[in-house]
Design a protein. Structure first.
Ligand code: CTP
Length: 432
């Protein structure tokens, strides 16, 4: 059931107690200001799906600015408001963002007409949205669920459905969004919607859309948990080539992408939260292009130079890394070698080797523990002990690191490290 009491309870569940208290504050403010305020967009969809979501999007009927100001003040947050778009974002002390927008059609109406069209205008706001599942709202005045376009039913039927025939033409990026929601929730794009999508695709509308907006959608897809599904579906719908003419999806690519997915599932156990997943996947998808071709792709111009270089060179650099480790026998030399590569390249190298190979295990262990196994002695202390300045210091540190790794749980203390430097490292360095 979607009775207000039930809606409240579900919201508390998917948002958690603290985030829900912000919503309650917004609700009380709406009541005391006698202003209609709605929770809209993806969070309402995820409420019905009972999936956690922390993107609080509010639509305020009338001018959103005074409401946003008051809410920011009450929650001790910072408000940034764009006058021109009449939208703002409140950043709370704990980092949570609350987006606040004025209902979209408000400025077309005379102010006097507003109170009597309250429901009408939120309905029109919702009607401009992409799919029925994303076009529901919860009134924060009453905690009623507003579902004008059959969103709940479509969630039950597991359907992605546009609200009208011109939806993809008005906003061609929705073609990607349709695939994203379909694959994320394992829904189906509805028959009629699929027809409209194909028709819009054949009109070549994307050429009029900024690369930034298209890349935003692509990034969202590549940041999903299983991008291989999304890419396969784009390929099937012949949308992949609209991103770049040489983007295909053959068996080898599927294998590489899936193996990257597997790796990234465990990436927090590898302690690598700051990975750019989109960049890693693009390095795989575009691996057959020459670096200079990649650097010039318009779609990628929004990315930083570093990211573009990683996409352009990542795959070949990972091959080089594998090759070098393979031909290197000594642990400390391997450590010295890998330390010169970024984590992204190491992951790409793992993806292109496989878990039957020794180098794969070495790289995994490197990311998982060796990289964080640092000697107690620092470079300047080694120099004081007689290690010559320059590259020899890094060599010595890697020898020490290899020594610590080999000792496993029996980690050497400072004295033992010093002893190791005097007895093993120094003679080894002077012999060269
Ligand atoms: N929206 C739309 N058309 C677009 C982009 C967005 O109609 N091209 C609307 C949808 O109602 C969507 C809302 O704006 O729910 C918020 O957009 P966004 O944050 O991109 O999507 P979410 O639905 O929140 O998706 P996600 O769960 O991936 O954050």
């Amino acid at each position: 059931s979607q009775r207000p009491r039930h809606v409240r309870k579900m919201l508390r569940e998917i948002l958690g107690k603290k985030n829900f208290s912000y919503l309650e504050a917004a609700s009380e403010l709406a009541l005391s200001r006698r202003q209609s305020v709605y929770l809209v967009g993806g969070i309402v969809r995820d409420l019905i799906l009972r999936t956690p979501n922390f993107d609080i999007d509010l639509v305020v009927e009338g001018d959103a600015q005074p409401f946003a100001n008051a809410l920011a003040e009450q929650l001790a947050g910072r408000l940034r408001f764009h006058e021109r778009f009449k939208t703002g974002v409140i950043i709370l002390p704990d980092g949570l963002r609350i987006d606040v927008a004025s209902s979209r059609n408000e400025y077309y109406e005379s102010p006097g007409a507003l109170p009597s069209v309250t429901v009408g205008s939120i309905k029109r706001d919702l009607y401009r949205r992409d799919f029925s599942i994303n076009a529901m709202a919860v009134s924060l005045n009453t905690f009623e669920l507003l579902d004008f376009f059959g969103g709940v039913q479509d969630i039950r039927d597991r359907k992605v459905r546009v609200l009208h025939n011109l939806s993809f033409i008005e906003d061609p990026t929705r073609m990607f969004r349709a695939v994203r929601f379909e694959q994320r929730y394992e829904f189906d794009i509805g028959d009629q919607t699929l027809k409209l999508l194909r028709r819009a695709r054949d009109l070549d509308l994307l050429q009029h859309i900024s690369s930034q907006r298209i890349y935003d959608e692509l990034r969202h897809m590549l940041n999903e948990e299983y991008p291989s599904r999304h890419i396969a579906r784009l390929f099937e719908l012949d949308l992949l080539r609209s991103l770049h003419s040489s983007m295909g999806f053959d068996r080898k690519t599927l294998e590489l992408v899936s193996s990257m997915e597997d790796l990234l599932v465990v990436s927090d156990f590898l302690r690598m939260e700051d990975l750019r997943r989109d960049v890693l996947y693009l390095a795989i998808l575009l691996r057959s292009l020459k670096p200079e071709q990649i650097i010039d792709i318009p779609l990628l111009q929004e990315l930083s130079r570093r990211d573009r270089q990683l996409i352009a060179l990542g795959f070949s650099r990972s091959a080089e890394l594998l090759q070098c480790i393979h031909s290197e026998g000594k642990l400390w030399r391997k450590l010295r070698l890998v330390s010169q590569y970024e984590n992204d390249i190491i992951l790409l190298a793992m993806v292109r080797s496989n878990s039957q190979q020794r180098s794969w295990h070495f790289l995994r262990d490197y990311l998982r523990s060796y990289a964080n196994t640092l000697p107690i002695l620092r470079g300047d202390e080694l120099i004081k002990m007689g290690v010559p300045e320059g590259p020899a210091v890094a060599d010595a540190l890697c020898m020490l690191q290899a020594y610590i790794v080999r000792r496993g749980n029996n980690r050497p203390d400072r004295d033992e490290e010093e002893l190791f430097v005097q007895r093993i490292v120094m003679p080894c360095l002077t012999r060269r």
